[in-house]
Write a protein that binds this ligand. Structure first.
Ligand code: PLP
Length: 397
């Protein structure tokens, strides 16, 4: 991002040519799997890097590249690579960075499939890991095995407890261990609320399916960082093949233009709803980094410009009452995911953690009464009214 431009100007303009071949204001969807060459001489010049052009869809696409340039600018990165989903971004990045015999430090309270990949798939390739508590940089430091640990992967804020890692402390840790790369999955924060690269992280990842796309109508993932690192990851993407199709890339480009407006609304509604729920005697506990009651509030207030649209909370009573509450919501839809314009609600134990038995859920702190609310851009008064009438219904039964 330029020093002079605000994030909304960057979101609207960055990455897209002022004037393209068609004179169209918006970036065209270049729907092609391959690219034609005039003759053998053009092909030779392409392979010799004497000209810049595309060759085959798995290696690049102009619409995807425009979205990559825009997101790189938003993240404050030299470069960005997009993928078919957040998980494609995470798995390709880790495959690109790790070799047999190396070690990963991963923080808990994170996306379950990331943890599954690190703890059950990577070991098949000789990569070991240590999972440490979320938001504790000293625990990450203790888990680093000198000479062996290559990657520290953390999320901030986390899911579902919205734990926030001190990114300056993480940056200092990174400088103390030159062989270790620090990766931050900042899906819940977006570049509007937090920019991990500015604090010293090597790479920032997003499930662009969430706030960046913003309309619950696409799957995409990203990794941003230095040109050298992203280029190496892009090379592995061309081998593994988890590329983003140009059609969702267009939707992502369009979604990112309104990122700042949407996230500002979601920050404001998230904070208002979290405060209202905390004041409601029917709610046992609220987890939201914008509330002084959150364990990481001070860190969040120092490093984030907004606290996001996800609010987790525990409804008083048993899990059945919580289910009655969730079922009674009329504006919030029962669905996984977050970050879109529609408000979504779920009981994590019935959604992401449905495969775990009660004992396992208790061990990782997923109570049957826990709710995750992903606030959309509807009128906050309507969202609060929906939650209150659903609570009335659940407590009347
Ligand atoms: C923090 C985080 N990272 C990664 C992912 C995976 O992204 P995707 O669903 O786009 O593959 C998710 C999805 O929920 C997520 O919440």
């Amino acid at each position: 991002m330029s020093e002079r431009e605000g994030i909304d100007t960057v979101a609207v303009h960055a990455g897209e040519a002022r004037r393209n071949a068609y004179g169209s204001l918006t970036t065209p969807v270049v729907a092609t799997s391959t690219y034609a060459f005039d003759d053998a001489e053009e092909l030779r010049r392409h392979h010799a890097h004497e000209i810049e052009r595309d060759e085959y869809g798995r290696y690049g696409n102009p619409t995807v590249r425009a979205a990559e340039r825009k997101l790189a600018a938003l993240d404050g990165a030299e470069d960005c690579a997009l993928f078919a989903s957040g998980m494609a971004a995470i798995t390709t990045t880790l495959f690109a960075m790790l070799r047999s015999g190396q070690h990963v430090v991963l923080t808990a309270d994170g996306y379950r499939r990331t943890r599954q990949f690190v703890t059950t798939v990577l070991p098949r390739f000789g990569v070991t890991s240590t999972v440490v508590a979320a938001a504790r940089v000293e625990a990450i430091a203790e888990a680093i095995v000198p000479g062996k640990t290559k990657v520290v992967l953390t999320e901030s804020p986390t899911n579902p407890y919205l734990r926030v890692t001190d990114l300056d402390a993480l940056g200092a840790l990174r400088r103390a261990h030159p062989g270790v790369k620090v990766l931050v999955d900042a899906t819940f924060a977006t570049p509007v609320n937090q920019r991990p690269l500015a604090h010293g992280a090597d790479l920032v990842l997003h499930s662009a399916t969430k706030y960046l796309g913003g309309h619950n109508d696409l799957l995409a993932g990203s990794v941003s960082g230095s040109e050298a690192l992203v280029d190496a990851i892009r090379g592995v993407r061309g081998v593994l093949g988890g590329v983003l199709d140009p059609h969702p890339a267009y939707l992502l480009l369009r979604g990112m233009k309104t990122l700042g407006l949407r996230v500002a609304r979601q920050n404001a509604s998230g904070l208002a709803i979290a405060a209202a729920l905390e004041a409601d005697p029917r709610i046992e506990r609220v987890f939201y980094p914008g509330l002084p009651s959150h364990p990481d509030h001070a860190v969040a207030a120092a490093q984030m410009s907004g606290f996001g649209g996800v609010v987790s909370f525990i409804v008083r009573g048993d899990g059945d009452r919580t289910t009655r509450f969730v079922d009674a919501c009329r504006v919030a839809a029962i669905a996984p995911s977050l970050g879109g314009v529609e408000t979504l609600i779920e009981q994590p134990w019935r959604m992401s953690y449905f495969e775990l038995d009660a004992e396992e859920r208790a061990r990782i702190g997923i109570s049957d009464s826990l709710v995750r609310l992903a606030v959309g851009i509807e009128d906050p008064a309507d969202l609060l009214a929906d939650l209150r009438s659903a609570l009335d219904a659940a407590f009347a039964a």
